[in-house]
Design a protein around this ligand. Structure first.
Ligand code: NAD
Ligand code: LMR
Length: 338
């Protein structure tokens, strides 16, 4: 059955009214790149999120099919599909949160930076759309290389006069999710009980797990520290190689993206004490962007936390991370200002 736009609109209004009466806020969320390997499971998980009242699915291919499919789920969020550049404005207007997993993924032998030439332009176009149609939305940027795409987005927003550093967040949650899993394996714990801060950025040596700050408190041998640091830094490559040319992490990434998006929405709702790691504008180091723990609130990343005490191993890792990050950030900034 083709959907009836009038019926759909009145259904949205009825549901919004119901929510308002029940005192439950409903947020409007757009996913750009919603028909992709990350986009589809991410869209499904967001359709299941009770904080979402309206879910807009935008892609340059296949978004009508994904939308029709998900719209039959009997959960609260109303799903609408948008296809291609002419529909970007409608997809974005009125959104509270925009999640961007649009762009090409790696194949074996590639670095994330090898994606720059294609993904930089995609992120630029989409962020120009955000600046025009929903300048106050929180943006969760997933497209790689995150270390460069976040600076690209910031420059686009600056040029448009809409930049608010608190609202632009590079998603590094998958590094934390992996770190929790791998550390739990070594410690023989349930991963849900483990919390590992991962700082720096989202590529190779810029991914810096702070194993000295793991909760619950624990200690590792030098061999365990080396093993865990390398495995966390190369988690993405492990998946790219296992998929053998069919792309990179999609399911664990969709899980991580929803974990992070849900934290952003709880922050927007006004919940207290929401803390996640993210790659944001920062004064924690001399670099203009850096991933650390941030406190999420009604206006986005309201507080950026310091690194805390580092051991010698982590201090050496930090120097390597900063060196690579500086180049990736500069490359992103230069792309917009060339
Ligand atoms: P994919 O190729 O399966 O999906 C990408 C989707 O983006 C496709 O549906 C494509 O049509 C769409 N797209 C391309 N250009 C677009 C445009 N201009 N506007 C809207 N949509 C567009 O790739 P994937 O596996 O979903 O990965 C997407 C991106 O996420 C890659 O860059 C990948 O490296 C990155 N990624 C990041 C993390 C992270 O931790 N931040 C983790 C995994 C993957
Ligand atoms: C990941 O960490 O899985 C993503 O950044 C995708 C990749 O290319 O590794």
């Amino acid at each position: 059955q083709p959907s009836n736009p009038q019926m759909e609109e009145s259904s949205v209004l009825r549901r919004a009214d119901c929510r308002a009466k029940g005192g439950s806020p409903g947020f409007k969320v757009a996913i750009l790149g919603a028909a992709g390997g990350i986009g589809q499971p991410l869209a499904m998980l967001m359709k299941m999120n009770p904080l979402v009242s309206v879910l807009h699915l935008y892609d340059v291919v296949n978004s009508p099919g994904v939308t029709a499919d998900l719209s039959h789920m009997d959960t609260g969020a109303v799903v609408r599909g948008f296809l291609g550049q002419p529909q970007l404005e409608s997809a974005l207007t009125g959104m509270d949160l925009v999640i961007i997993p649009a762009g090409v993924p790696r194949k074996p032998g590639m670095t994330r930076d090898d994606l720059f030439n294609i993904n930089a332009g995609i992120v630029k176009t989409l962020c120009e759309g955000v600046a025009k149609s929903c300048p106050n939305a929180i943006v969760n940027l997933i497209s790689n290389p995150v270390n460069s795409t976040v600076p690209i987005a910031a420059e686009v927003f600056k040029k448009a006069g809409t930049y608010d550093p608190k609202r632009l967040l590079g998603v590094t949650t998958l590094d934390v999710v992996r770190a929790n899993t791998f550390v739990a394996e070594v410690l023989g714990l349930d991963p849900r009980e483990v919390n590992v801060p991962v700082v720096g950025g989202h590529a190779g040596v810029t991914i810096l797990p702070l194993l000295s700050q793991v909760k619950p408190p624990c200690s590792f041998t030098p061999e365990e520290t080396d093993y865990l640091t390398n495995r966390i830094q190369n988690g993405g490559t492990e998946v790219v190689e296992a998929k053998a040319g069919a792309g990179s992490a999609t399911l664990s990434m969709a899980y991580a993206a929803v974990k992070f998006a849900d934290a952003c929405l709880r922050g927007l709702r006004g919940d207290a004490g929401i803390v996640e790691c993210a790659f944001v504008a920062s004064q924690v180091t001399e670099l203009p962007f850096f991933a650390t723990k941030v406190r999420l609130g009604r206006t986005g990343a309201e507080e950026v936390f310091q690194l805390g005490p580092l051991n010698e191993y982590e201090r050496a890792g930090l120097e390597k991370a900063k060196k690579e990050l500086a180049g990736s950030i500069q490359k992103g900034i230069a792309f917009i200002n060339k």
